[in-house]
Design a protein around this ligand. Sequence first.
Ligand SMILES: [Zn+2]
Length: 407
Amino acid sequence: MSYKGDNLMSVKRTNRSAALRALHEKGAMSRKRLAESMNLTPAAITKIVAEMIHDGLLSEGEMLSSGGAGRREILIGINAKKACGLGVLINLRQAILSATWLDGSVIFAEEIPLEANAASEETAKLLSRRLLELIEENEIPREQVIGLGIAVRGITSADGRTVRNSFGALAETDYPLCALFEELTGFHCVMENNVRSLLAAQMFLSRDENEGSQFFLRCGHGIGAALSIDGKIWHGVTAQCAEIGHIPVIRRGGKPCHCGKSGCLETIASPGAIREEAISGLSAEGTPLLWRAFQDRDPKEMRVFDVLTAASNGDAGASAIVDQAIQALGMAIKALIYLVDPGKIILYGSLFEDPYYLSRLSSELQEGVDLRHDVAIEKSQYNLQLEDKAACLLAVQDFMENGGIQE
Ligand SMILES: [Zn+2]
């Protein structure tokens, strides 16, 4: 229980932050409407807005006729190009360096290949050096940068300072990556797990549609997820909330998982697992269509989409592999539906661009869930577009939460 009081500075931050949030989510509006939506007096809003216009964060835009006696009101909006957030997204064997304006529009994005189990210090040095070059190449003055967001695969500590385990992306465990990036770049840094940063970006860009609870499922090579409850992303005590990919589903004799355990959901239900299962079971009798497709090709070239195509064309063996994966994933999601009762399940990843997979998963998720659970299951409207933005938006959201005041 916290008994902290609020001093004047923190009241100022809170009010400025609420104004930024309201203007971001609802768009430009008059001082009068802003005062109403924040439940503050017009005098208080006039003062807050004047300060933020002075800082360059807000600007006055078009006139709006208010309807009464020919009075006209001026719209106030966020000056999105006043500042930019930088981002480093670290996945397995790949990093993305990027920058966005305050509204999430991308200034630059560059992909950097990494080795698996890359040494953390050397990787941070390489990425920082290139990021500083990109800022210069794009003529972004340092004072315009509000901070650096770092999104990393795996488990990050609850305080967002340490990478506990990046599951094969970086070699070290319990590594203070956030402090190292601060030292190397000189920018204020915030760090988060990569999937949670994707959900944060999804929520930021979808503006005011985040009231209820949302479960965000990302299928890349593996299975990642994040959960928001009442508009806030939930971390859990050890910052591993919603790690459904590592639910143990096979007690003995399961395949090893990169998390160090074996028999995790990811080892049977992920796109990587579907692919591996199809390669090892490839035969003329068992998977005839796949067999024909790979008659003159190395089976190692097989992608999950080859398996899905064969399954959708009636290959019984391929269908069985896909169904087994979908049923296992479906069980985990249905358990979550009964546990959390989310309003929405958002699907993210290239797998969900495949109509066969998407329809199979959707029907699996309907089965056995009664109508009292009115959960919308939909592909993200930003599917495959958030990787360039997610890390930068960590910095942007941190800046907004701080009322647009840089330390
Ligand atoms: Zn695992």
